[in-house]
Design a protein around this ligand. Structure first.
Ligand code: PAF
Length: 278
């Protein structure tokens, strides 16, 4: 396995290769990342995994500081998986201290998670564009757990004409339904036991949407009250169109319910996608 630390070395190494698959990560790898890599391995043996904890996408210095850093363990997992190239750039190498150029993302980037984490998706878009430019992959893999991120990356690839196929991979869950996330490691024992409540609430909302028991706003408000009463701090629980991420229009069939809520100091996100009529 070739661990590459600079963009110059990356460009030199990849120049001679074609059919490159890319899996971007911020490290602290878990089964969700492994699934992305396994899917990538089915397509090509030229896989690049990046590990970079991108300061541009964190809203608080504290959150950035607390993000789990497990590089040695990550590298041995990647070696085990037979990943040929890992790109681990330093901040100095990949970020420009000025970084005044930003990508103007669709309006929806300031809604849902974007409303609670201003600038987050601009930070994601900036690093993803840099990595796409340097790696020039043919195909890149993203998880559906970050549904809004995936939606924006697909818009970015389409609108900026990147010749890259974006593959969407289903969320990997723990035995009790909790979506795999690097942040799960930060949960206390007590909060870890409570964490599947987020998915339970999304599923309860789904049933009400299908049964048409109440207005969407009432379903959302009830779910927020229930989680808050159980010790969470809910940012949002929102019923949206899976196609546009906007509020569903009349007779919308493909729905996604997205949620973000904090337990202790750990912010978790999750979503479920379904059709109202099969
Ligand atoms: O999903 C993530 O881990 C990050 O947002 C990404 C895509 C690696 C960009 O830093």
């Amino acid at each position: 396995m070739h661990v590459i630390h600079t963009q110059n070395e990356l460009i030199k190494t990849l120049k001679v290769l074609s059919n490159i698959a890319f899996v971007p990560t911020m490290g602290n790898l878990h089964e969700g990342h492994i699934k992305l890599i396994q899917e990538a391995l089915k397509k090509t043996k030229h896989i690049v995994v990046s590990i970079f904890i991108n300061p541009l996408q964190f809203n608080s210095k504290e959150d950035f500081k607390n993000y789990p850093r497990t590089l040695e363990k990550d590298l041995s997992m990647l070696k085990e998986l037979d990943v040929p190239f890992v790109f681990v750039p330093s901040e100095e190498d990949i970020l420009d201290p000025l970084q005044t150029i930003e990508i103007h993302l669709p309006r929806i980037a300031n809604d849902l998670c974007g409303k609670f984490r201003p600038g987050h998706f601009n930070g994601v878009a900036t690093i993803v564009c840099k990595l796409f430019t340097l790696i020039q992959p043919d195909i890149a893999f993203f998880g559906k757990k970050d549904f809004q991120q995936l939606f924006l990356i697909k818009a970015l690839v389409k609108q900026l004409n990147y010749p890259i196929e974006i593959v969407e991979i289903d969320t990997v869950r723990d035995h009790d339904g909790l979506a795999k996330s690097s942040r799960n490691n930060l949960l206390s024992h007590e909060h870890r036991k409570k964490a599947p409540q987020l998915l339970h609430q999304l599923n309860a909302m789904k049933e009400k949407v299908i049964q048409k028991t109440s207005l969407f706003e009432e379903i959302e408000a009830h779910a927020v009250r229930t989680l808050n009463a159980s010790g969470w701090t809910v940012d949002y629980l929102s019923i949206r169109s899976a196609q546009s991420l906007e509020n569903p229009v009349h007779d919308e069939n493909q729905i996604v319910i997205l949620g973000a809520a904090t337990l202790g100091s750990v912010r978790l996100i999750d979503n479920i996608e379904f059709c109202i009529h099969d």
